[in-house]
Write a protein that binds this ligand. Structure first.
Ligand SMILES: [Zn+2]
Length: 343
């Protein structure tokens, strides 16, 4: 089968996995009608945070291999901001470049340029991962959906084989007003309209386009206050490092699950890679600092991802059948792009 002329991979940050609705989100609804969608959602990777999941989208591997376990990257030297390090594994941008294919990327969360290694795309926005001073911004300081559209319009993406975009505003709305509710639904409606604007730019080649629209994580309500797990671990004399990540915390170092479950506020633990575990508390509890947010993510309760596939290329129907048959993993998307672009 011929390969798609364009693969669009669009992340609607923190978009609820089941909000594909004829009235509220007509763009997603039409896309799902053309191809298909995962009604029970796709499955993200832990921690259920933005940067680990985006690094997984662009590499197809988990934190143990790309190194971005939380919104920080970890190596033998310790932790650093993920956007300064980027994924340790091969990215679709690098592989497309090696194959002579053109790529473009634009992100509402400016840090995703570095997190996804998008400096190696042929064109990217915002330039160097720094929002232009005049870009429209959301309430948490990331680029607004409109700014991403304007960023796309300012780039030479024509003829791109792979386009990676991220719209941030639903995540901001859920953090500030809670996981659900009228303000979130209104933002979902607005972001669906922004998605329509973006898809419009690709309609002339739609028969040869594969469009994948996902989210990176869900949200859960949190109560005021936060457990400082780093302080608790120090008080217990544990030789481990803690990286708080919303409703979860990364544990770096060798320690048994039993010891971790004795720490205050720890309700569950799982191993991510040798020397790396993730713990989480009961519903409503967050770790680290109380930022005054109404909702957070990070724990396994927030793993579900939106997964909608459409486009006029036959790949859309093939992949739609896969995601309707079983929930797609965040790990699986890069492999599908590699397959359909013959990388
Ligand atoms: Zn996110």
């Amino acid at each position: 089968m011929r390969r798609p002329a364009t693969i669009l991979f669009i992340v609607l940050d923190a978009f609820p996995h089941d909000l594909v609705d004829r009235d509220l989100t007509p763009t997603l609804f039409a896309l799902a009608a053309e191809g298909g969608w995962a009604r029970d959602g796709g499955r993200g990777i832990l921690s259920a945070a933005t940067y680990p999941n985006h690094a997984t989208f662009i590499t197809g591997v988990g934190p143990g291999e790309h190194g971005i376990y939380t919104n920080r990257a970890w190596s033998a030297a310790g932790k650093r901001p993920a956007q300064e390090v980027g994924p340790r594994a091969s990215t679709l941008f690098e592989e497309c470049r090696a194959a002579g294919l053109k790529t473009a990327a634009a992100f509402g969360d400016q840090n995703l340029v570095g997190v996804c290694g998008a400096e190696k795309a042929d064109v990217h926005w915002p330039p160097g991962g720094i929002l232009p001073i005049d870009a429209a911004k959301g309430k948490l300081g990331y680029g607004a959906d409109l700014a991403v559209i304007q960023g796309l319009d300012g780039m030479d993406w024509a003829g791109a084989d792979f386009v990676f975009l991220q719209l941030d505003e639903v995540d901001t709305a859920r953090h500030l007003s809670g996981p659900f509710g009228d303000a979130v639904l209104e933002q979902c409606r607005a972001t669906d309209a922004a998605l329509a604007e973006i898809l419009e730019r690709f309609r002339s080649g739609w028969d040869d386009t594969l469009a994948i629209v996902v989210s990176d994580h869900d949200h859960e309500a949190v109560e005021p206050g936060a457990v400082d797990l780093a302080a608790a671990a120090t008080a217990q004399g544990l030789d481990i490092e803690i990286d708080h990540e919303g409703t979860a915390a990364l544990v770096v170092g060798e320690v048994s699950d039993a010891r971790l479950l004795e720490l205050p506020g720890v309700a569950g633990a799982t191993r991510l890679a040798p020397g790396f575990k993730l713990v989480w508390g009961p519903p409503g509890q967050q770790f680290g600092i109380d930022w005054g947010l109404a909702a957070q993510h990070g724990s396994p309760r927030t793993l579900k991802q939106l997964a909608v596939v459409g486009g006029g290329h036959p790949a859309a129907r093939a992949i739609a059948a896969e995601v309707e048959a079983s929930p797609p993993s965040a790990l699986s998307w890069a492999g599908r792009v590699r397959h359909w672009l013959a990388l």
